[in-house]
Design a protein around this ligand. Sequence first.
Ligand code: ACO
Length: 328
Amino acid sequence: MSLYPVGIIGTGKYVPERILTNQELEQMVDTNDEWIVTRTGIKERRMAAADQATSDLALHASRQAIEAAGLTAEDIDLIIVATITPDMFFPSTACLLQHKLGAKQAAAFDLSAACSGFIYGLATGSNMVASGMYKHVLVVGAESLSRITDYTDRNTCILFGDGAGAVVLGQVAEGRGFRSFELGADGSGGELLKVEGGGSRVPATEESLASRRHYIHMAGNEVFKFAVRIMGSAAEDALKKAGMSKEDIDLLVPHQANIRIIQSAMNRLNLSEDKAMINLHNYGNMSAASIPVALAEAVEQGRVNEGDCLVLVGFGGGLTWGASVLVW
Ligand code: ACO
């Protein structure tokens, strides 16, 4: 049971400057702009510079979110970074970020739930604020997927991009904030989407590098079918838990993996085009960063107003999924 209503009190985002277009990918693998746009909706994506790692992307987004919340880094009690592309195994990216921010009072840890990581992070952080344990929690979704993408594999290299989004969670007025979370996992589908090289099962060796196991491997079609099924049902389950219905939705902020997956979720929820925040044509799939970047852009564009009902929903490797209903 929560003591305090908890919501998002500041948002921020950062994407690296370097743009990788479909036309450039045409020079790298056997693909073409038309195939990529019709099958995925993606036109371009961003790539971190050689000297940028995930904590650097996270830093920019976090500073913006903290400023938007009217706080300083020292006001943050906990930092959660959702990522599958940490700077290194350890220390955690959250600890590296804590130092860069100068958030000296903050506890810090990383959370691994692939593209659902940001929603898992919101659920974790908001419950810590709701219980009174912490006052301000910084939740970040940040990825440098270009570092684990195989640019010789046309099945995957067209999909992914780099970026970071951040929010600050804090107490909000009665009637506002998070109404429900729906989290799920199906570990039996783990094989469908993975990077197995470099871990304790397949340590980094010359052989693991030669067999390209340090890159993302994906059974695209299987993941697609799972995503189409789960996006609609997770959103519906979260609405039910919140005691709300599809008609209440003002804005859907979905994981930005593929326009066809988003459209199928919108059909199931009876939503018109204008009720979804879509930016995947610019950024591709940024895994845990996709939802917070889309949310920050929706706020920037004035698409989120006080009292609006937002549904955030995502799916990803694990397999995992997550949805949340909140009143802005
Ligand atoms: N350019 C041209 N042709 C291609 C390309 C490409 N880039 N990629 C695949 N093809 C070919 C395939 O080889 C196949 O050819 P074939 O029939 O001769 O074998 C054909 O196109 C059709 O392939 P499908 O896999 O059936 O294409 P599909 O319509 O399923 O689209 C896609 C593929 C875009 C990958 C889709 O399956 C998808 O979006 N899946 C979900 C992926 C996803 O969201 N993953 C991320 C999860 S998030 C996380 O946790 C990181």
